[in-house]
Design a protein around this ligand. Structure first.
Ligand SMILES: *Cc1c(COP(=O)(O)O)cnc(C)c1O
Length: 370
């Protein structure tokens, strides 16, 4: 390999494959590929193109800048901006041909002011059925529907978002069902006023778990990238991980027994050993919380991360003997031979989820589409 510090190899074919898997699972429902946060760290534009090739009918982003990046890249598919926007940002989304998400009468008024009866503004109405975050509460739904009846708006979607779709058992496992029932009741109340509106609720977890939630469209993010929304093995759902994070062995040195490695001396060699230096640190998204817990692949061998992870570097214990050499490939996420390290593994080790692992991969790490 050429010695970049590190690179994230993105298998766009895997993204297209995963989109196909999800589109198949969705049956007659359309697939919205969620490519916010730079495609969960995979590169927003290339992820969007691959997902569309794999059968996605629409795209979802969180920010106005993400929408503009896709349009600048020539993407013509419908794009919904899922997040909250200022009036100025709404105007920018509409100028670039996007769809808005609204949940207050006030925002509906702002959006309507940007449209006309001959060119109504496409909007999705978001209903809060239990997420407690964005969305109109049940008692505010009638006022929202009233405001959204403005002829300068065209309601193209009625949506909600699940809080616990990823919880297959435990205390909250039944809450998705309850949210779904609440959503159904709200749609029954206001739906007839909006005949052009597609109903949508399911994220990746709901899409894979319960076909009853598919409605007219599903909104999938994490599964598109080949990660399991349940933190299990993506292969169980036919998903293929799309990101490989690779770097190189930049230095090898011998340490004696009791010598320490790195800040705070959190690791002491229990025997004479060889310590390898890898030029990736927490500034690249390899969390400091992985210090002394994670493993990497060198050749086809699992090797422990030892010592405190620094901003730009981490250290691994290669053991007393071996034929590793400076310049060898080191795999932080990916598979070699029988061994693999998934984003799910690193998520668990850092007390988080796979979503955060791929999103965290820093801007300093070039994405290379393969
Ligand atoms: C991010 C997001 C999704 C995608 O969720 P995944 O769990 O990644 O599939 C769907 N809907 C909304 C509103 C989102 O913000």
């Amino acid at each position: 390999m050429t010695h970049d510090r590190a690179r994230a190899r993105i298998d766009t074919g895997a993204i297209a494959h995963n989109a196909r898997v999800l589109a198949d699972a969705a049956g007659s429902a359309r697939l919205m590929a969620v490519v916010k946060a730079d495609g969960y760290g995979h590169g927003g534009l290339s992820a969007a193109r691959a997902a569309l090739e794999g059968g996605a009918a629409a795209l979802g982003v969180a920010a106005v800048s993400e929408h503009e990046e896709l349009r600048a890249g020539g993407v013509e598919a419908p794009i919904q901006v899922l997040g909250p926007l200022t009036a100025g940002e709404m105007a920018r989304v509409l100028a670039a041909g996007g769809e808005l998400t609204l949940w207050t009468a006030e925002a509906a008024g702002q959006a309507a002011a940007l449209g006309s009866e001959s060119a109504p503004v496409p909007v999705h109405l978001k209903l809060d059925t239990g997420m407690g975050r964005l969305g109109a509460r049940a008692e505010d739904t009638a006022a929202l529907a009233e405001a959204a009846g403005d002829p300068r708006l065209r309601v193209v979607g009625l949506m909600t978002h699940f809080a616990t779709a990823d919880e297959l058992d435990g205390e909250h496992a039944g809450f998705m069902r309850e949210q779904f029932i609440r959503f159904g009741n709200l749609v029954r109340d206001i739906g007839p006023r909006f005949p052009d509106a597609a109903t949508h609720a399911a994220n990746s977890a709901a899409t894979l778990r319960d076909p009853r939630t598919h409605l007219d469209m599903v909104r999938c993010g994490i599964a598109l990238y080949g990660c399991s929304p349940f933190m299990g093995d993506p292969a169980e759902h036919g998903l293929v991980p799309a990101m490989e994070l690779v770097t190189w062995l930049a230095s090898i040195k011998r340490l004696r027994s009791r010598d320490s490695v790195g800040y705070g001396r959190t690791y002491r060699a229990s025997r004479g050993t060889r310590i390898g230096l890898v030029p990736v640190g927490y500034a690249d998204g390899y969390a400091r919380g992985l210090s002394n817990t994670a493993e990497v692949l060198v050749g086809r061998r699992r090797v422990p991360v030892v010592g405190t992870i620094s901003m730009d570097q981490l250290t691994i214990d290669l053991g007393p003997e071996g034929d590793e050499a400076v310049g060898d490939e080191v795999v932080l996420i990916g598979a070699r031979g029988e061994e693999r390290i998934l984003a799910e593994d690193l998520g668990r080790l850092r007390g988080s989820i796979n979503y955060e692992v791929t999103c965290a991969v820093g801007a300093r790490v070039p994405r290379e589409a393969v």
